[in-house]
Design a protein around this ligand. Sequence first.
Ligand code: ADP
Ligand code: MG
Length: 322
Amino acid sequence: MGEFELIRHYFAAASCAQVGEGVALGIGDDCALLDLPAGEQLAVSTDTLVSGVHFPDSADPFLLGQRALGVSVSDLAAMGATPIGFTLALTLPTAEPTWLQAFAAGLDQMARQCALSLIGGDTTRGPLSLTLTVFGRVPRGLALTRTGAQIGDLLCVGGDLGAAAGALPLVLGQRQAAAEIAEPLLARYWSPQPQLALGQALRGKATAALDISDGLLADCGHIAAASGVALMVEQARLPLSAALLALLGEDAARHCALSGGDDYRLAFTLPAEHLAELQAAGWSLHVIGRAEAGHGVQLLDHRGQCITPPARGYQHFGNPSD
Ligand code: ADP
Ligand code: MG
């Protein structure tokens, strides 16, 4: 199968590749064309996943397609953006029809779930890797950035933490667990649910936001640094899933929540006056701390005493102190 036939068969024919809202021209020309409503800004983010680094070589292709797109769309959620479309640059060692079929189906499922269209890409031969670029729109000036946290704001997260990190030994086949424990954890790893609606609900309310990909402490460090505040995290208020607690017990579950990656939950700072209104609208927000004067991220025990956080999140080129 040639390159063009492959693109046509697996990607241009996918239901998510049919022109959707905001896409004036999709796959097939030299560029796609996007329509942006007056008064809105384009939000763009790109992510590369390399086989053997970001996912095991043997990863199920359907789950890989689903996860790769979910992870990318989470960046749109973190900015409060509404998805428009995405491009896929795919490097493949061989054009394996069953792999491609399943990969495209997983991608398509996540794309339809998040309401964004596949608008183009590139297809090359080489070691398996995927680069996804996502495009969204957000009313001018209302994007949620990392820079606006104010002293006194509450620090919140959009759901329980640590489940995907807890699932990693199961994903890698290093550990087994009963189905009722393994399934919810594996689902959190393979099918991250970008918090798009929450991000949009936080426009004009949250003062800073991001999605947690490298671990709560490491990612909160980005908000603290960009905003020029200290973030205090109360260990006792961390939301932990029942399945994670059942698999690991409290100490290890808490470590996953603080330093494990791949949560793709939103973390954000919120002036206290907005909390009741968001909760009344049905958002299950977890207040885990607050912004104070200073810098960095501090973990507090149940008495409010500072405790030294364990190792921070994953970095590809090592930590500066390494
Ligand atoms: P060009 O040579 O102009 O870069 P290509 O031959 O690479 O064009 O691609 C032809 C069309 O197919 C373009 O519209 C491109 O965006 C799209 N495309 C290529 N690979 C993919 C892919 N993996 N998924 C979706 N669209 C793709
Ligand atoms: Mg090309």
